[in-house]
Design a protein around this ligand. Sequence first.
Ligand code: NAD
Ligand code: MN
Length: 519
Amino acid sequence: MATTIDPSTHVGDGNGKQDGKHDDDTKKKSSRKHAVPELLFGDLWEFDPAPETASPNIKPRYDLFIGGQFVAPQSGQYFDSINPATEEVVSQIALASPGDVDAAYYAAQMAYETVWRDMPGRERGKYVYRIARLLQDRAREFAVAETIDGGKPIKESRDFDVPMAAAHFFYHAGWADKLAYIAPGRRVEPIGVVGQVIPWNFPLLMLAWKIAPAIAAGNCVVLKPAETTSVTAMKFAELLQDAGLPDGVVNIVTGAGETGAAVVNHPAAKKIAFTGSTEVGKIIMRSLAERGTRMTMELGGKAANVVFEDAPIDQAVEGVINGIFFNQGHVCCAGSRLLVQESIADMFVRKLRQRMAVLRVGDPLDKNTDVGAINSREQLDRICDLVESGISEGAEMFQPSCALPPRGYFYRPTIFTGVTQSHRIAREEIFGPVLSILTFRTMDEAVERANNTMYGLSAGVWTDKGSRILRMATDLKAGVVWANTFNKFDPTSPFGGYKESGFGREGGRQGLLDYVELA
Ligand code: NAD
Ligand code: MN
């Protein structure tokens, strides 16, 4: 990757004012004496390619997983899942029609009534443990498959997605025989058959968030993965066969929105768990409201990452970079709005630009890659559209000059300065590697700006002052508030939204409560 940075842009200009214009543009040399020169390596040397070579064991075609068997879709139709980094077909995925979904619910209901509901928790737990162990055993294979089908960098699928998915099964396996303790004095019972629909940004991990608590608590499942990323879900179905999970406890049906609608509207569903966009979430809520089906909704976000002037600056820069460029910014809780205190804004933005210039964008299978491929052509178009709106509404864009691969869906890490609250890029979820930067002067202003959104999924606070962290954590209307860190996850910690980011929690005791009936 070539980094062509003018060294004159890397010294302080002694001007604490944030005016949306930066010396990078004017190429004005700083007159400040004591500015420390940056270490700039440019393209003095290049990393050798370091491709991950393990076999992902992907079949050329996947059928539906119903009643413990792989069965052809009634329509006989399949659709392509492609590798967004190469635009090549990875596998063919079965298109489930309402008839297939009906068969999946029937299998789930049978398994629930005849096997799973009445199995003692200590026995159920053994299956969940076995799933966790098998996932660990095949971690490398799953990581490569996830990266090929979805475009995320191998270092993320290897170090985050797959280990976290296994951790969710381990954690919930431990609960299976201790459910009485999640609500002392109450009788804790499963709900029944649960319909689950998930998005494409963390395909295997979202599957784990859904399936692990559901089956540990004694429910049976019909799950639909997202249409661009079904491969690891089908590999997971093979793993369930190897684990000997009783037939029908988990059923996986593939397809797009219509299949999803059949899953959420099926009369046998006692609860619907949905993760996806706020737009689709609202459609589902409307149709379920009539039936009174239980539901949890994990929807979109537009998180504020708030950096105060006393923050550990270099760590904050790393946190902001991670917060928006992790998984190409395809993260519901991404720190997509940076609120930085005015007194440090110029310096902070300069440091961000320097850090962005050394992000490695490219082949997701390369172990050195930081930013992989955008998940689909459609998503790439959406990102381009929103970036265009940012430019035309008057914000100022910066992108490093890194080279992008000739094929596949790639997008340069992007930041906008001079953003105001009325800009679309400050209000709408971009779900891509695009950061909108706003400034503030006082803590009250920071809180007001951070909360000035229809979303409320996550937030970040960077400051040296403990009392300020506590105050911000109280005042920010977000399901999770990270302090001096970002994007930290653990199966013990509940995750979920406020406002239009949804309701219900996943993870921890709170997450389990959403999968049981209390008598
Ligand atoms: P999406 O809403 O378009 O699709 C999500 C899933 O719903 C897919 O499986 C899709 O096939 C299915 N679907 C589409 N129309 C449907 C319908 N009418 N009925 C039932 N199912 C339907 O979202 P996406 O583009 O796949 O994912 C991105 C969105 O997901 C972002 O908004 C992101 O913030 C959100 N997300 C939220 C969380 C969270 O935990 N809050 C986590 C990950 C992603
Ligand atoms: Mn794909």
